[in-house]
Design a protein around this ligand. Structure first.
Ligand code: M6R
Length: 590
């Protein structure tokens, strides 16, 4: 994954690089480093810690001509200081930061060893720096060396590069995101727009195979030796709100933004009388004989609801995990519409799926929260979630937006407007939960010491259970499983011990009784059963209830309950809620 940032020209480098890096640490945060060139010398600092540790380690300085920085999510080599970026070539001709994976780095390393190169790190990145140097020593031209180096690299890379001999900022890109920001007297680049929006609203999205050079005055971009005219786009910088607004964590803030996000989504796709979706998209979905959802993690769990919405329209529909489908694609019919669901729009596993579909000339609909992201740009149709920036690693409001958008879309395809009426009650229900969150905190205090926990539901309640168990694992580090109520007695019930927490979701009248019976079987074996029910199905002894919402939308109050539960369990355990161990927000490596 990793976040990279660079700048050239008149800049406060310390502030730009460190503040910018902090905004990128959702991409990884196990080590960090920066390098800048000042008065002809390159100064380097790296730490085996987070960006805050780096800030403490970098003494105040002024001036500078060009700078790069990196926040790492380790792929090759443990997260120690040596493996932290920037990496430099053997003779220190080049300093680079890299996001991606060089698949053939072992063979390149052997080749470089034959050329006398000695390696100091366990990373795949170091070979890039040495290859640049090796080529530069022969060609005496940085851009030609970059082009040559790109020719032998296999895998993915977005790199920002400093050469000791000049004060330019060089870059190259393949299969990892990189964009340029155009300023006045300075130019910028980074893995996403967030660190640059305080400086510019003009951006160039780099495409695979592109490389080039930034000076304070211009951006020159090449592909295979030929200069290309870049496409400059403007972005609404207000969208990149990075403030905690008084909240202790981004996760809490983002959970509580959900009602507003849903409201905003309704406004964006319905004008009070009709849906505002592209009619070509609606026709494509109406004509489709199958709608296939591809997604990962939380977005996959949201897609399970997409499947249900489509099935209710009488459409065949399936959801697949992106990393699986990329290698085992089902052969689609010509009338299949593929829906790629991704908060970031940069998930590598999903980009692989999209490549396969593009090669086959099949239409895709991207549902993302990130305008200009790779998946969004390459899709035939695009729908935005308008959820605002989601900073915490845990997907919360973006899940809510995905499910609601899928509901609205299905309604538009089915020619109905009922989900819009349903949205008001949904928003009210979620606001009610926000007001009563201390009730969920009290439940978290009972279960946070547990090693294992289960979420149980049937039908759409099971889909909510899956997402909630993911939240409990990733934020609270509690081993959690989700099961359909009827399935436990076919094996997993053996894991139930005295006081094992089991959270049961009851919102479907069709299965409420059966599920309650399943839960009774578990409490008879010592489990601490906590039932979360809709008000209509509430029974005495239930642990938490929420105001009713229409049918499948019940997953949203249930998931909000689960988000709070994992949040408060993590709070009780004093865990780093916004940045849980081993994770990154945007998973840009396979
Ligand atoms: O950006 P995406 O929606 O494509 O990300 C997919 C998953 O990595 C993501 O949903 C992940 O599971 C969440 N951060 C979990 O909270």
């Amino acid at each position: 994954m990793c976040g990279i940032i660079g700048g050239v020209g008149k800049l406060d480098y310390r502030d730009y690089l460190l503040t910018g890096l902090k905004k990128l640490d959702y991409r990884g945060y196990d080590s960090a480093g920066l390098a800048y060139r000042k008065d002809g010398k390159v100064i380097l600092k790296k730490v085996a810690g987070r960006v805050d540790d780096l800030s403490r380690a970098v003494a105040p300085f002024s001036g500078g001509e060009v700078g790069i920085a990196h926040t790492r999510w380790a792929t090759h080599g443990v997260p120690n200081q040596a493996n932290a970026h920037p990496h430099f070539s053997m003779r220190r001709d080049f300093y680079i930061v890299h996001n991606g994976v060089i698949e053939n780095y072992r063979s390149l390393k052997n080749l470089l060893k034959d050329h006398g190169y000695i390696f100091h790190t366990d990373t795949d990145t170091e070979v890039i720096a040495d290859l640049l140097e090796d080529n530069y020593r022969q060609k005496k031209d940085v851009l030609a060396s970059i082009s040559e180096t790109m020719g032998v690299l296999r895998g993915s890379f977005a790199c920002a590069i400093i050469c000791k001999d000049d004060s330019n900022l060089y870059f190259m890109k393949k299969a990892s995101p990189l964009l340029i920001g155009l300023g006045k007297g300075a130019n910028y680049l980074a893995s996403d727009a967030l660190p640059m929006v305080d400086y510019t609203d003009k951006f160039i999205d780099l495409e695979d195979g592109e490389y080039g050079v930034l000076t304070p005055a211009e951006a020159k971009i090449y592909i295979a030796g030929k200069a290309i005219a870049p496409v400059v786009t403007s972005r609404d910088t207000a969208r990149y709100d990075y403030d905690l607004d008084g909240y202790p964590t981004f996760m809490l803030k983002e959970i509580e933004e959900s009602p507003d996000v849903i409201h905003c989504l309704g406004d964006n796709y319905f004008d009070g009388e009709k849906y505002l979706f592209d009619q070509k998209l609606i026709r494509a979905l109406r004509d489709a004989d199958e709608v296939v959802f591809l997604a990962c993690g939380t977005s996959y769990y949201a897609s399970l609801l997409g499947v249900e919405f489509m099935k209710r329209l009488g459409k065949r529909s399936e959801a697949y995990i992106g990393s699986e489908w990329a290698y085992y694609p089902t052969l689609p019919s010509k009338k299949t519409v593929f829906v790629l669901v991704s908060q970031s729009g940069e998930t590598a596993d999903l980009i692989l799926c999209q490549k396969f579909l593009l090669d086959k000339g099949l239409p895709t609909l991207a549902i993302t929260n990130t305008k200009g992201s790779t998946i969004e740009r390459k899709a035939t149709y695009s729908l935005l979630l308008y959820a605002g920036l989601e900073v915490a690693v845990a997907a919360t409001k973006s899940y809510m937006a995905q499910v609601v958008l899928l509901a609205l879309l299905a309604n538009a395809v089915g020619g109905r407007t009922s989900a819009v009426a349903g949205l008001d009650s949904l928003i009210r229900s979620l606001r009610d939960i926000v007001l009563r969150k201390e009730g969920i905190h009290a439940i978290a205090k009972r279960i946070f010491v547990s090693r294992d926990a289960f979420y149980v539901g049937r039908g759409h309640d099971f889909a909510a259970a899956l997402e909630c168990s993911l939240k409990l694992k990733e934020i609270s580090y509690i081993h959690a499983e989700a099961y359909p109520g009827g399935e436990l007695k076919h094996g997993p019930i053996a894991l139930i011990e005295k006081d094992t927490p089991v959270i049961g979701f009851v919102s479907d009248p069709l299965t409420a009784l059966a599920l309650r019976n399943n839960l009774t079987e578990l409490s008879s074996r010592g489990a601490t059963v906590l039932i979360v029910s809709s008000e209509a199905l509430r029974e005495e002894g239930d642990s938490f209830s929420y105001p009713d919402v229409p049918s499948l939308l019940a997953v949203l109050p249930e998931v909000m309950f689960g988000q709070y539960l994992s949040y408060y369990a993590a709070l009780e355990k004093k865990l780093p809620i916004d940045k849980p161990r081993n994770l990154a927000k945007s998973v840009t490596v396979e």
